[in-house]
Design a protein around this ligand. Sequence first.
Ligand code: PBG
Ligand code: ZN
Length: 322
Amino acid sequence: MKFKRFRDRRIDEKTREKYRETFLNKSDFIWPVFLVDGKNIKQEIKSMPDVFHFSSDIFIREVEQLVKSGLKSILLFGIPENKGIEQAFSENGIVQKAIPKIKKEFPELEIITDVCLCSFTENGHCHIGDNDKTCKLLAKIAVSHAKAGTDIVAPSDMMDGRVYYIKEALTKMKSPSPPLRKGDCHPQIMSYAAKFASNYYGPFRDAADCAPKSGDRKSYQMDYANVNEAMEEIAADIDEGADSVIIKPALAYLDIISKARAMFSCPIVAYNVSGEYKMLKTAVKNGDAKEEIIYESLLGIKRAGADRIISYFTPEILNVME
Ligand code: PBG
Ligand code: ZN
């Protein structure tokens, strides 16, 4: 025999399945959710087709079906009506009020909460000017989420040392487990360890009303040319106490995911961001690509080495996987 007959393995779906190396599971997916104050609100976000602003009452009603379809985890963003950083750590904040309500209805649903300032600051930046002072504020936000009963806090600001500050503050809490939190454990930290200053965040900034009023985020988010530095960022966050790390964006950064997988043993989460979502979504809506392109792209993220995927496609992918 002069050559190998690979096509024998591809002859039909049953055979292909036996040779398949990577699978997507429902439990891989984390659904990002935008919560707003008020009642009875379900408003499609202009920049993101099929993604909505929800008030917590409607969200709880809508998420039930998804939980039944296998949704295991959500990532909450609170979008306040008016700016002001106190709301970020107030017990009356949008996220702080929503957590216990969601936990009560769906005790098994994992709640991850975004920890950042950019939806709350007037200038739309993720910091208040000073790195270390910002870290202290972020720790305060994390503690307020912990008190409300979040399972995991996810700092997305890219300040130096914020995982250290947050871990300290969470560890010092006397009673980290309000009645609705399971067990006697502290919330974990899922840090945006390698978050690049990307052009793929545009639609999200509309959704979260957090576009910087002036300048950009290049002085704190990573230079997108850097892979070794990404490994340093991840190592630093793990060292400071991160339980899992996020790489963001995902699709243009599969090399980062793959390298991180080879170098670190902690869970790696990839954030399939708003711009990536919109490009694929629009291509499918316009008929330029088959719907399966979504599954293919998400599987690519898994194949690169991600353990979990944060994606706006979560609701539709759960349905496809039915
Ligand atoms: C802000 C934040 C951003 C995203 C998550 N948190 C945008 C930014 O850094 O400007 C992007 C998510 C997405 O595009 O889906 N801390
Ligand atoms: Zn931010």
